[in-house]
Write a protein that binds this ligand. Structure first.
Ligand code: NAG
Ligand code: NAG
Ligand code: NAG
Ligand code: NAG
Ligand code: NAG
Ligand code: NAG
Ligand code: NAG
Length: 851
């Protein structure tokens, strides 16, 4: 409501108006076909956006971009350990302002699916359950266990009451139409023995007893009771059948990409296959579909699950980590959503007829009361086909679905991507010293340094002649635990006289370690991301007499799923020294002194650390382990999203103005993973099908939300564990520099915006497909790098000419596009040569620069 308008309206009318706007309670029920809102069946296209994986300043834009992408619903988990960081004290501020998030969804006119869980997995620290609960005596997670059930019910009730108080359930006039209890417990049930079934029943009854007035779901829960809808999570759910004929077919998680691990490559799921899976789902009677994730975002701070889940949770989702639509995925799915919505009425109000169209091809027809829609599908993963149906012939690419909202015209085919694509760059910008930081020489960046003492700093926490579990000791309040002891070396050892050096051998349950001898770093070891336990072995420098052995054990995101996941251990189990005269020396039973965390953490260095003994310098030390770096910087210029480039650093944590950017670790992706040059969209997808980036850092850039910056005087703090060069750290700005379009003659050419059933064939005069280009707002097409009508090859950023090419292509495109923010080029006879390479399907590929 605009302020100027409200001034003109009498108060009484205003009150009435807002009552109508906010209190029109909706009656949400369901039948075998779909959810029913006030008696109407509806289709739901839902987008997962996890509120703590972005910042409040990004929420309205993300929700709007999802809406523009054709979603009518937003889905999120609720993150218990963010909301109840210590027992009984609740937090709902900043990134955890759940009410604000749901209201943003409501104000956008969208529905909301709230997956309360409160176990969520989600590649999120400890699956969302607070670590303190593990230490409430007698607690076992996710089974028929009284302490767990008590705390789970208490939290679910807390969230439900909060939502009720703010009138956010649809039954109260709010946007929430569906809620979830538990999460993928079906996978784990077999491991929980007699505790499993009673727990499922209890969770379901506990949910129902909350009286929220909208239905509950349990995902991956084939034994969900009658009154709770069981739903599907997978890459494909067209074959999913709910456990009762009275329940609709709901897909709570379609994974449009995949998450990354430190040491793993970049997984990609092609847009063609995502669209195929979605179209197949609606073709086969699905009615609620959710992308997990639609915006993946960032695991800020230490919220990443693990071990080894990266700080980026980009997920190759339709909106990228930084909040920009990802092309062509976002655009291709947008067209898919429009096409499906054109079919809504017929899909929901008639029973389908399935007919074979030959081997591995079929059509489903929904035809009644004057409307007819059809989905033509090929599940052949190799050959394109031409199929005959209703006396018409249709070209069906392999592994694709064509959508015919009038049983005649194809408006969309999942394998024909006509959406623009783009190249996105991270453009570096050196750290700009903030004027307020130094008035001596405003050009040189001044650093403040604090170096940790390796090993025992301050008073010991305890000492023992054995090893303790890392997580049990830190309770995840920090990633770091020091294990220190000392050994005596006899002066007649051979290695002291030039013989080969002794080795330190460490066995650890995870996740990583840095080994120091006499305060010098000897080496680091890590699990490789697939298995947690690892062995570390490295030559070490010992001297005659007493030597201090200090091992810094690390966690890198704690376990977030799996049976009894809360018990998964970490930390040292055995330490030996090899190469001494006496043979292998097992020092596991020595007197080990323990210290939890780092001194800088205790002194508040992440927030700038007033009590830290910072040392100022314009030449900060390089390649020095356990060093805190602080600089006062200005924000990067302009307004593009920002990533911190950590390629020249080792491993550690970073903060801006006390806000946790997260764990950085430009660890290289292993060459042992199956990387591909090109991704084949045809055929069943799995996470390791289309991986790239072998030998490159799993994550180089770390998102720093724009809203964390002040106009000047920003405190950037970096904790480096191993050694790096802070002078090479830069902010990089995420820019869409190049846009492309590639479209073939046989692509659907119907304008989805104006399409109506029974539209007269001649009313759309120009049936030629069109290429669309659009630059980011406030930029223009400044050059056309490439344009070819014919048979060009390659993809955005690397097109090249084929043997068939219309030489006027470039001038045609330049005429239509130069100095414009967006343009379209029709594949018409006016624009391009008619008789070029007869007999082949020609296409136009264009690449343009935005400035
Ligand atoms: C809600 O709708 C269902 C069926 O659509 C109907 O049986 C029920 O009476 C309705 N409830 C209310 C409160 O209107
Ligand atoms: C749809 O139904 C109408 C009326 O019954 C019929 O004429 C038409 O052939 C049907 N179309 C298809 C594709 O089955
Ligand atoms: C298809 O064509 C045949 C022969 O031309 C005709 O008999 C039949 O009615 C047509 N069917 C439809 C659905 O148009
Ligand atoms: C990880 O290490 C385990 C055990 O050493 C090994 O079996 C596995 O192949 C490794 N995986 C990768 C991806 O390097
Ligand atoms: C580590 O070394 C021990 C002892 O040699 C061996 O039993 C164990 O399997 C090794 N673990 C891994 C993860 O390689
Ligand atoms: C952690 O502590 C719990 C509770 O004291 C204990 O039951 C468990 O065995 C410990 N885990 C490890 C790996 O030491
Ligand atoms: C173990 O070492 C610590 C720290 O040096 C010391 O305080 C403690 O007395 C030692 N314990 C034993 C049993 O030697």
């Amino acid at each position: 409501m605009k302020l100027s308008l409200s001034r003109a309206i009498p108060i009484a009318a205003l009150v009435l108006f807002s009552l109508l706007a906010s209190c029109s309670a909706a009656n949400v029920t369901y039948d075998h076909r779909s959810l029913i809102i006030d008696g109407q069946r509806k289709l739901f296209i839902s987008a997962s956006i996890h509120y703590p994986r972005s910042v409040p300043g990004m929420w309205p834009g993300l929700v709007q971009t999802a809406k523009e992408g054709g979603a009518n619903t937003i889905e999120s988990y609720v993150f218990w350990n963010g909301h109840e960081p210590s027992q009984g004290s609740y937090y709902f501020e900043d990134r955890y302002d759940l009410v604000k998030f749901v209201k943003i969804v409501q104000n956008a006119g969208m529905y909301m699916i709230l997956r309360i869980g409160p176990f969520v997995a989600a590649e999120w620290s400890y699956g969302g359950v607070p670590v303190w609960l593990h230490y409430v005596p007698g607690t076992v997670f996710r089974t028929n266990n009284e302490p767990f059930k008590y705390h789970m019910k208490k939290f679910v009730t807390f969230i439900v009451n909060l939502m009720k108080k703010e009138k956010l359930f649809a039954s109260q006039g709010g946007p929430i139409i569906l809620s979830q209890v538990e999460n993928e417990y079906g996978y784990n049930e077999q491991y929980y023995g007699d505790g499993a079934k009673p727990y499922v029943k209890w969770a379901a009854e506990m949910a129902i007893s909350q009286n929220i007035g909208v239905p509950w779901v349990m995902c991956q829960q084939p034994d969900a009771p009658e009154y709770i809808i069981d739903t599907c999570n997978s890459f494909y759910c067209d074959q999913f059948v709910p456990n009762s004929p009275k329940k609709p077919k709901i897909w709570t998680e379609n994974w449009p990409g995949w998450f990354k691990t430190f040491g793993g490559g970049d997984p990609h799921r092609p847009s063609e296959d995502v669209a195929f899976s979605v179209a197949r789902f609606f073709q086969k009677g699905g009615s609620v579909h959710n992308y997990y994730m639609y915006h993946g975002g960032t695991n800020f701070g230490r919220t990443n699950g693990g071990p080894f889940i990266t700080t980026s949770y980009d997920y190759e989702a339709p909106i990228d980590e930084y909040g920009l639509p990802r092309f062509p995925k976002w655009g291709h799915l947008k067209e898919l959503h429009k096409s499906i919505m054109l079919c809504e009425h017929a899909l929901l109000n008639s029973e389908p007829t399935t007919l074979s169209l030959g081997p591995k091809a079929e059509v489903d027809v929904y035809n009644s009361s004057g409307s007819c829609v059809a989905f033509l599908a090929s599940i052949d993963d190799k050959e394109d086909k031409t199929v005959q149906w209703q006396n018409m012939s249709y070209h069906l690419p392999a592994w694709s679905v064509s959508i015919l909202p009038d049983c005649k015209n194809v408006v969309f085919n999942t394998a024909k991507v006509s959406s623009p694509s783009s190249v996105v760059d991270m453009v570096p910008e050196s750290l700009i010293p903030s004027a307020s930081s130094s008035d001596k020489d405003p050009k040189a960046l001044e650093w403040e340094i604090f170096t940790e003492k390796p090993g025992l700093w301050g008073k010991e926490d305890f000492s023992l002649n054995s090893f303790v579990d890392h997580i049990n000791t830190t309770k995840y309040t920090t990633d770091y635990l020091w294990y220190t002891t000392s050994i005596n070396v006899n002066e007649n050892e051979d290695f002291l006289k030039g013989g080969s050096q002794p080795f330190l051998l460490v066995e650890s349950k995870g996740h990583g370690l840095h080994a120091f001898v006499n305060q010098e770093l000897q080496g680091s070891g890590y699990g490789n991301g697939t298995t947690v336990p690892f062995n570390f072995s490295a030559p070490i420098s010992l001297k005659a007499g007493k030597n201090e052995i200090a091992i810094l054990s690390l966690t890198v995101g704690i376990q977030n799923a799996g049976p009894y996941y809360e018990w998964v251990p970490a930390g040292l189990t055995n330490v030996k020294i090899k190469g001494l005269k006496e043979g292998i020396l097992d020092i596991s039973g020595y007197n080990w002194t323990y210290k939890i965390g780092l001194e800088g953490e205790q002194l508040g260095a992440p927030d700038g650390g007033k009590s830290v003994n910072w040392v100022s310098t314009t030449e900060p030390p390089k390649n020095q382990p356990l060093t805190w770096y602080k600089a006062i910087v200005d924000p990067p210029t302009c307004d593009e999203p920002v990533g911190l480039d950590m390629i020249h650093m080792g491993k550690g944590l970073a903060w801006l103005n006390g806000q946790p950017i997260g764990i950085y670790w430009p660890r290289l992706a292993s060459f042992d993973i199956p990387c591909v040059k090109e991704c084949e969209y045809r055929g069943t997808f799995k996470p390791d099908k289309c991986i790239t980036g072998c030998g490159e850092p799993s994550q180089r850039w770390y998102h720093v939300p724009r809203s964390w910056f002040k106009p000047s005087g920003n405190v950037l703090v970096i904790l480096e564990e191993i050694g790096g060069d802070p002078t090479k750290v830069t902010f990089s700005k995420r820019k869409m520099s190049t846009v492309c379009s590639s479209i073939a003659e046989d692509y659907p050419s119907i304008d989805l915006e104006s399409w109506k059933p029974d539209m007269d064939d001649d009313s759309s005069q120009d049936k030629a497909p069109r290429a669309h280009l659009k630059c980011p707002d406030s930029t223009q097409i400044s050059a056309v790098n490439f344009a070819s009508f014919g048979n060009p090859v390659g993809s955005c950023g690397s097109y090249s000419l084929g043997d068939c090419h219309d030489p006027s292509s470039k001038s045609v495109v330049e005429k239509a596009c130069l100095n414009k923010n967006k343009c379209t080029i029709g594949l018409t006879e006016e624009n391009f040569r008619k008789n070029l390479c007869p007999g082949s399907t020609r296409k136009l590929a264009v690449e343009a620069v935005c400035r």
